[in-house]
Design a protein around this ligand. Structure first.
Ligand code: SAH
Length: 262
């Protein structure tokens, strides 16, 4: 039983509290809990997912920016108290807690920062073998989409270069308090067995981001800033638009640019 009044939802923190226990449990069990000893929940709020995660043998840590939610968690989940990090996930140096150990990420994310949560995860991919989270449905679908799709973009390519992405299920607004305006979707990422790319990885990020900045243009035009040789630009891959290239073609493109002699 809760021994404190409920947390009042704050819009600027993207707070939409999940009220359906079945959905909470389905999200919590989407991780395999194998291959790592630690799990980090982002934005636990009043702990609807947290209580299922605490049943697992892995050690749970939570990071929550909202003091009122932190107080609620401290009062209701006594054993969790010293594993609550009261910080902004985007700014916090996670190595202070995990050092170089692997950990999984899970959460019903604040939608206003969900893409940034994913970018930070990609930066820390060496430590994060699994990731499960609730996004705005449209964003979750975009992350899993394939080349040729209208919604295929930076997040799709960068994520799928390192992770297998699976859209798990859709969640309607009615199960949240307050209800968001849009449907939500749960996304599961499992890191690929071999997740080091056969090209310069920093350059890969730059090529993908620059390529999609002007998604209607051919790569020959959008990658002008890379100062490529005429010889390379004659390659037919440069006649394509970014949304036509698969992840492995983006890797191939990066290798070509890396080896270009100007
Ligand atoms: N997991 C809870 C709450 C989801 S709402 C549930 O399903 O009911 C999103 C949560 O993320 C809120 O608790 C909000 O305070 C928290 N949050 C928002 N921005 C954050 C940030 N930058 N770092 C950590 N937590 C954040």
């Amino acid at each position: 039983m809760a021994n404190q009044h409920q947390v009042k939802a704050k819009k600027h923190l993207g707070q939409h509290f999940l009220e359906d226990e079945n959905v909470a449990q389905d999200i919590a069990v989407s991780l395999s809990f194998k291959g790592y000893d630690h799990v980090l929940e982002i934005g636990p709020g009043m702990g609807v997912l947290t209580k299922y995660l605490l049943k697992k043998e892995t050690t749970l840590h939570v990071i929550e920016i909202d003091t009122e939610s932190v107080d609620y968690l401290k009062n209701n989940y006594l054993h969790l108290a010293d594993r609550i990090i009261e910080k902004d996930f985007l700014k916090y140096d996670l190595n202070l807690v995990f050092e170089d150990q692997p950990f999984a990420i899970i959460g019903n994310f604040p939608y206003n920062i969900s893409s940034q949560i994913l970018f930070k995860t990609l930066e820390l991919r060496h430590q994060i073998p699994e990731f499960s989270g609730m996004f705005q449905k449209e964003v979750a679908k975009r992350i899993c989409s394939k080349e040729g799709s209208k919604v295929y973009g930076i997040l799709s390519v960068l994520t799928q270069a390192f992770y297998d992405a699976e859209y798990l299920f859709t969640v309607p607004p009615t199960v949240f308090n307050p209800p968001p305006k849009v449907d939500s979707g749960v996304l599961l990422l499992k890191r690929k067995e071999n997740f080091s790319l056969p090209c310069d990885e920093k350059l890969f990020f730059r090529v993908v981001k620059t390529g999609f900045q002007q998604r209607r243009k051919t790569l020959r035009n959008s990658l002008k800033t890379f100062n490529l040789s005429d010889n390379l630009k004659a390659n037919i891959i440069f006649g394509q638009r970014p949304e036509q290239l698969s992840v492995s073609q983006f890797i191939e493109l990066t290798s070509l640019i890396e080896n270009d002699v100007n």
